[in-house]
Ligand binder design. Structure first.
Ligand SMILES: *Cc1c(COP(=O)(O)O)cnc(C)c1O
Length: 254
């Protein structure tokens, strides 16, 4: 069951308050945590309702679905009184890089060296074609913001690089001039054991802190926390929480 349209605005208000409360409980300002709406299975008009209600950050996790919704979604984005950014948050096959660059302003799921190299090559081709100046609609920012996805829960079924491989992937990304490493992303352990879930989020923050020291610069973003665990993620330093069902209602199994 998905919620009807007016419920989306109400739900967005409610989760925004819950996010602000979780931030306050962690002695962090509410502005330190952005809400990204995870819009898989949500039709464009409902995403549009969320945008009209103030949502400024949305993310798809499947390229095919993102492309099929984009033309219907674009007017909602263009008509919004505030800027709306689209990120890509799902597993990315390298043959879909160009599609991703057509709508996304950040990739949360850079999880392997081959993807980093191919993304650099695709961006080089785009940069060669682009006249100098600011990117226009449908053009990615250059350099392109990315987050390294780490599998902190170490469940076989999840994507993301192994924590022990994170440092090497970070160094590779840092060496690729058209990739702008902004931080890290993880999907929390699916468990009722709050301490175990929280440990995974803490691990991502520690990986970030270590990488900052090694690179000698800030890596500000930690994309972690979903509808069931965003409070724990915020307590451990999340700067982007990715919320789907808490705003749009429970998804039909696909
Ligand atoms: C679906 C999804 C979310 C949101 O999940 P909810 O539990 O519905 O909040 C967050 N991140 C990713 C990568 C997703 O695919």
């Amino acid at each position: 069951m998905s919620l009807n349209q007016s419920h989306i605005a109400e739900a967005l208000t409610r989760v925004s308050r819950e996010v602000a409360e979780a931030a306050a409980a962690a002695d962090r300002p509410a502005e330190a945590v952005r809400i990204l709406l995870a819009t898989k299975t949500v039709p464009p008009d409902r995403i549009g309702e969320a945008i009209a209600a103030g949502a400024g950050l949305i993310g798809e996790n499947r390229i095919q679905e993102a492309l099929s919704k984009q033309s219907e979604l674009t007017p909602f984005i263009q008509d919004a009184p505030h800027p709306v950014e689209q990120h890509f948050i799902g597993h990315l096959q390298s043959n879909k890089i160009k599609d991703m660059l057509g709508f996304a302003a950040m990739l949360h799921s850079l999880d392997r060296p081959s993807l980093a190299r191919k993304l650099q090559s695709a961006l080089e081709r785009l940069a060669a074609d682009r006249p100098s100046g600011a990117p226009s609609a449908g053009q990615p920012p250059l350099p392109f913001p990315v987050l390294v996805q780490v599998n902190t829960s170490e469940e076989d079924s999840k994507f993301g690089c192994h924590p022990e491989d994170a440092a090497a992937l970070v160094d590779l990304v840092e060496s690729l001039p058209l990739l702008d490493l902004q931080g890290f992303m993880t999907i929390g352990l699916f468990s009722d054991d709050e301490e175990a879930v929280r440990r995974g989020f803490r691990h991502l923050r520690e990986i970030r802190d270590t990488a900052e020291q090694r690179l000698g610069r800030r890596l500000p973003e930690l994309s972690m926390g979903m509808s069931g665990d965003f409070e724990l993620a915020i307590a451990e330093g999340a700067t982007i929480v990715r919320l789907g069902s808490s705003v749009f209602g429970r998804r039909q199994p696909t």
